[in-house]
Structures are given as C-alpha cells and as structure tokens.
Design a protein around this ligand. Structure first.
Ligand code: NAP
Length: 275
C-alpha cells in the first residue's frame, strides 16, 4: 500500500535523508514515488544523485505532488512553513510531522482546518536505520493513516503507537536515550583503558558489547533480568561488577535522567506554545 503512494518531504536534511534511505532500502517505496524540497540546493542535488528521487525548491509543489507529506524542517522553521502551505494542505493528504516539541494542536491552530495529521518522534539512530520511533494520531487520522505512518517508520527501525500526552516521556527515553548510551559507552571505554586496553580496542569492544547485548535481548525476547542471571556465575566477575553498579546507583540515576529529561521536554514545549 505504501508502495503506491507518493511521499513528499518538506525539508531535505538528516532525518529526511534517513527516512528516504529506509523507504528505498526496505522496498517500502520507489525513487519515482518520492519527492523532496529544501531551501538548500546542495541538499537537493545530493539526495537526487544518491537516491534518484525527485527534488524541487518549492514546498507547495511537493505537497501538490504527494499523497503523504512529511514535515521534516527544524521546529523553529515550522511556523513559516505551515503559513506557506496553508492553502495546499487539506484532507486529501496525510501529514506527518517529525518536529520535536510541536504539538498536533499547534499545527492545527496554524492551518485552521481539519487535517489528517500524525506526529512522530524518531531518534538519531534513524541515520543507521535503527530508530526507536513513537507515533500518535491526530483526531482526523484514520487507522489506515496510522498503518501507513507506522510502515514508514518501521523502514527506519522500530515503531510504537502512543497517545500524544506521552510524547514528552518518549523524548526523555528514546529521543534523548542515544546521548545516555554514548556516555555509557565512553565511560566503559575509559574503564577499558584504565585496566590496560588501548583506546581503540576499548571503544570498539564497549560499543560492540552494547550493540550485542541489545540485539540478544531483542532477538530472544528474554527479560533483561533473566539474561543478566545467565551471565552471572556464583562468586564470578559479572556479579562483582554488578554489585558496584548497584552501589553507585546506576539504575536510580538512569530513572532520574529519563524523568528529568521528560520534565525538560514538557517545559520546552510549553515555552514554544507560549511563543
Ligand atoms: N536529528 C534528529 O535526531 C531528530 C530526532 C527526532 C526528531 N527530529 C526532528 O526532525 C526535524 C528535522 O531534523 P533534521 O535533523 O533533519 O534537521 P536538518 O538536518 O537541519 O534538516 C532540515 C532541512 O530543512 C531545511 N529548511 C530550512 N528552512 C526550510 C524551508 N522554509 N523549507 C524547506 N526546507 C527548509 C534546512 O536548511 P538549512 O540548513 O539551510 O536551515 C535543512 O536542510 C526537526 O524538526 C527535528 O526536531 C530530529
């Protein structure tokens, strides 16, 4: 079904590039069904050469040519883009916004009409087609619309459907999560260096260990506690390390980090709404 739709991207930056790559690599779409616009000519020629997709400099032209429009500009640019597109966006198009912190109500208030809207929050791992994405439907989006949006984000990773009220929690967990894990990987690499490994080897091994552990958990569907039990032998090394992590409050620290990032996301959203 997605294969037959024309997908338009307003803004041809990092996220649009990741999404186009995912759509094409997974076979969910074809180059002739994708069109993108941007203010930067270099981005347009880059995407055209890399993926053989259509490009144009006019945002309204993309909307006219697409069945499904992805709003992929920075949140600060959103208002001017919505004003520019007011007369072209209508109920015949499915509109997906990936702009962080911009609510469905905010978009609706700018466009002043009923629209089939979906809000999405992918993360930076979209660049390697491993995004953790949450999507939520606006009041006029149908189940079919939601399925189409899910198919798009499934092509760049894993997708969950949530209520909009949980978007700040998503920002705190999977939106900001890559930053937490980069810190953990860096710290593990430091630890490797402290116990005698070269920096290169320590970083390679710590990043691969995080990737491998996540993959094992996802592919086996096992509870993380059970996998932890599997790798801890009585009186062994892993349980000694785990004891130290619990003593240092790693679990509580991570819970606090997600909670505080969720709160910060809510504050930033409120500030943006006031503007
Ligand atoms: N990157 C992430 O990890 C991530 C994660 C979740 C959500 N998001 C959301 O995804 C959206 C896109 O992020 P991104 O990282 O892809 O940003 P980006 O790389 O900066 O891409 C946005 C593109 O839009 C262009 N642009 C600016 N004004 C425009 C206009 N009026 N019409 C058309 N194009 C215009 C920008 O050009 P200039 O560079 O000249 O401004 C840029 O090429 C943002 O709203 C962000 O909140 C990003």
């Amino acid at each position: 079904m997605l294969n037959e739709r024309k997908v338009g991207f307003i803004g041809a930056g990092n996220m649009a590039e990741a999404m186009i790559k995912g759509l094409l690599q997974s076979g969910a779409s074809k180059p002739e069904n994708i069109v993108a616009s941007d203010v930067r000519e270099d981005r347009l020629s880059f995407l055209h050469e890399l993926f053989e997709v259509s490009v144009c400099e006019q945002n309204p032209e993309v909307v006219k040519r697409a069945d499904l429009v992805v709003l992929a500009v920075k949140p600060q640019i959103m208002e001017s883009v919505l004003i520019e597109l007011t007369n072209t966006l209508d109920m015949s198009k499915l509109i997906i916004s990936i702009a962080a912190g911009i609510s469905l109500a905010n978009i609706e208030s700018h466009l002043k009409r009923d629209l089939r809207l979906i809000r999405a929050m992918p993360n930076i791992a979209a660049l390697v087609l491993e995004s953790a994405t949450a999507i939520c439907p606006g009041k006029h989006a149908s189940n079919e619309d939601l399925k189409l949006a899910k198919a798009i984000f499934d092509s760049i990773g894993k997708t969950v459907i949530i209520e909009e009220g949980l978007m700040d929690a998503i920002t705190g967990l999977s939106g900001s999560g890559p930053a937490y894990l980069f810190l953990i990987i860096d710290a593990m690499a430091d630890a490797g260096v402290k116990v005698g490994l070269s920096r290169d080897n320590a970083l390679t091994l710590s990043a691969q260990t995080v990737l491998g552990a996540a993959k094992l958990l996802i592919e086996t569907g096992e509870h993380p506690g059970r996998l932890k039990d599997l790798v801890t032998s009585p009186g062994g090394t892993a349980i000694a390390g785990l004891h130290t992590l619990e003593e240092g409050g790693l679990r509580t620290t991570l819970i606090n980090a997600v909670e505080i990032a969720t709160r910060r996301s809510r504050e930033l959203g409120e500030m943006m709404e006031k503007k």
